[in-house]
Design a protein around this ligand. Structure first.
Ligand SMILES: Nc1ncnc2c1ncn2[C@@H]1O[C@H](COP(=O)(O)OP(=O)(O)O)[C@@H](O)[C@H]1O
Ligand SMILES: [Mg+2]
Length: 355
């Protein structure tokens, strides 16, 4: 493998005696788009700020392009950063905002003007140069912030929850736009978010963070389908957790509600009578019998939420509550709360969780 472009090695950060980043390791390839995903307070911003140079690690090393930058100032690292919101200079025009970094670097006026024009084209706001931030929507402001970060041609682009203050539609269109600009420029990018859908849809790889640690690093497919910790399984996607009781450990029989089902997975040394927690993704569950899903159990519909193209159903299986999605079918009414039903799933989709 080629040398990583960004390398974060054994980084720790404490404020006073509180450790907020604990032994963080990550190698990022040139041109890669990596997200830090985790709940509020898990240390995402702190880790990003150490990469940017706004904070120094308590210990560990950060390298960019093979060079140790751990103790360099932000302006010595060639990084561009975009923050959550309202970070434009309100008293400067759009063009002055975008050209800010180049002006600080003492670039000639003609070069700044040309670059600002180019950046306005890239973010598809060619005629917005003379406006002031207050004359822009939130989504437009974030595109300007992106252009401002990219104008000095940084080696690394750092984005800290840049979409979280925007409304849903704008957020989704900006996801695609950021990703396509990032790919076009081939710029190595770290994107911080607490929104799993954002991370799953945009990233080459995701680092799921939990209390200052990188719990799991992998592609969106790996993180979603093969979570290695219970935290990741819970945080990424909606997870149904079913409590069962082992009936026969040797052949994987477990009782869930009133039914006994067979598992493919190993019961990890559990014996008959032991309890076991099983995870099941909503999309792995069908309402009624399903030819592809060999196992079915009795359930009672408890909630029905009509969301348009999708109907989200909650069903009770014994004491367990199972969430599942079914597509709207205009020719068939949705199930009603309180009715009896069966739900089905494939054995291999039941994941045994560590307790
Ligand atoms: N300058 C600071 N001084 C003291 N504590 C801080 C400082 N910056 C962040 N923290 C604490 O570090 C933890 C992680 O914060 P942060 O990195 O902002 O998390 P996230 O971005 O994942 O929400 C939080 O508990 C926060 O209160
Ligand atoms: Mg943060």
């Amino acid at each position: 493998m080629a040398d990583p472009f960004l390398s974060i090695q054994s980084v720790r950060k404490s404020f006073g005696n509180v450790a907020v980043v604990k032994d963080f390791n990550l190698d990022v390839d040139r041109g890669e788009f990596v997200s830090f995903l985790g709940p509020s307070g898990c240390g995402k911003t702190t880790m990003l700020r150490m990469v940017a140079g706004f904070e120094q690690p308590t210990s560990g090393t950060i390298k960019i392009g093979g060079k140790d930058v751990t103790y360099l100032k932000p302006n010595q690292r060639k990084v561009g950063m975009v923050f959550q919101a309202y970070a434009l200079f309100p008293n400067l025009t759009v063009a002055q905002n975008i050209g800010f970094g180049l002006r600080v670097a003492g670039k000639p006026r003609a070069e700044i003007e040309a670059r600002v024009k180019e950046m306005l084209g890239i973010i598809k706001l060619p005629d917005f140069g003379a406006r002031y931030p207050y004359q822009l929507s939130g989504g437009q402001q974030q595109r300007i912030a992106l252009a401002r970060a990219l104008a000095p041609s940084p080696a690394l682009l750092l984005l800290d929850e840049p979409l979280s203050a925007l409304d849903a539609k704008v957020r989704i269109s900006l996801r695609e736009e950021i990703r396509s600009i990032q790919k076009r420029l081939g710029i190595t990018t770290i994107f911080v978010t607490h929104d799993q859908e954002e991370a799953l849809s945009m990233s080459d790889r995701i680092v799921v963070m939990n209390e200052g640690r990188a719990d799991q690093t992998g592609t969106p497919f790996e993180i979603y389908n093969k979570p290695t910790t219970r935290f990741v399984a819970n945080f990424v996607g909606t997870l149904n957790v079913l409590k069962g009781t082992v009936v026969n450990a040797a052949n994987g029989q477990v009782k869930i509600g009133d039914d006994t089902v067979m598992l493919d997975s190993d019961l990890g040394g559990r014996k008959a009578g032991d309890s076991v927690s099983l995870a099941l993704r909503p999309e792995a569950v069908s309402l009624g019998r399903n030819d592809l899903r060999e196992t079915s159990v009795a359930a009672t519909i408890s909630e029905v939420h009509f969301l348009g193209s999708v109907i989200r159903v909650r069903a009770k299986v014994g004491d367990n509550s199972v969430s599942l999605d079914t597509f709207n079918d205009p020719s068939a009414p949705p199930p009603s709360a309180g009715s009896a039903a069966e739900i089905s799933f494939a054995r291999r989709d039941l994941m045994v969780l560590d307790d």
